[in-house]
Design a protein around this ligand. Structure first.
Ligand SMILES: [Zn+2]
Length: 267
């Protein structure tokens, strides 16, 4: 082993189904992929130590289990381009969790119109937690989650690995909440997931295009605001799930342009 040899790092890229990470370079020159190093001490005795690449490999495994969206594989907190006051405030909350947060702490409920960077912020935080802290995280789009669970149940298996993953992972990113208005079994399943996370005190980051409350006054004619104000998140997911989420997460309103936000949204 020479001093020029260094531990491989991770490299992320878009995979076919989600973002993937690999060891870069693929080969560890320090341990020759043996994962352990045999050294000889001054007294002539040999001792075995674990190679540092083991930790990098573990984080890569966690990243590949997190299922971050492929297009977001390299989104960083630092590369978020905050323009509006609300985007700066949301970025501040994400940075606060990055610097001081830990699994078990309250998550965030990011609410705002499509395209303002909610998914960027949450996936960038999950990326950081997985790769820099080694925290077990999972991202899921709630619409796809319910579709996939339905396929599992239709196939005749009552419980699913996916259900277990999202119910028990240390940090969950739940995107597009409210996109599907869950009814019947869908509502039951979503309620079960949120209840289990609530009971276990697990951290959840929720993203939604639906408002937390209905604006008191609306302008004449069509509402130009892209936020979906026709229904609130509570109306979309039901009071029980909504009130749990409000206890588990700190609500953060995010929009690209402050001027488009009805006054009721301004905090
Ligand atoms: Zn190694």
């Amino acid at each position: 082993m020479t001093s020029a040899q260094s531990i491989p790092q991770y490299r992320t890229q878009p995979g076919r189904r989600w973002a993937v990470a690999n060891l870069h370079p693929e080969h560890c020159p320090v341990c020759d992929d043996e994962l352990r190093i045999i050294s000889r001490g001054e007294d002539g005795k040999t001792f075995v130590s674990t190679c540092e690449c083991v930790n990098v490999r573990r984080r890569i495994r966690l990243y590949n289990q997190a299922h971050l969206p492929a297009a977001y594989h390299d989104k960083r907190i630092e590369s978020f381009d905050a323009k509006s006051r609300n985007q700066h405030a949301a970025l501040h909350e994400i940075k606060k969790f990055r610097d001081k947060g830990a699994p078990g702490d309250s998550g965030l409920l990011l609410v705002g119109a499509p395209g303002v960077g909610k998914t960027h912020l949450v996936t960038a935080l999950l990326r950081f937690l997985v790769l820099e802290r080694g925290v077990e995280c999972r991202y899921v789009d709630s619409f796809q989650l319910l579709e996939q669970l339905k396929a599992t149940f239709d196939a005749g298996s009552g419980s699913s690995v996916l259900m277990e993953e999202v119910s028990s992972v240390d940090v969950l990113g739940l995107d597009e909440l409210g996109k599907t208005k869950p009814t019947g079994w869908q509502h039951q399943v979503l309620d079960q997931i949120i209840s289990r996370r609530y009971d276990q005190g697990l951290t959840t980051f929720v993203i939604s295009n639906y408002a937390l409350e209905r604006p008191r006054r609306q302008g004449r004619g069509a509402n130009p605001d892209p936020l979906n104000l026709r229904e609130t998140l509570e109306e979309r997911v039901g009071s029980r799930i909504f009130s749990r989420l409000m206890e588990m997460c700190r609500p953060v309103i995010i929009d690209g342009d402050d001027r488009r936000i009805p006054s009721v949204w301004r905090s």
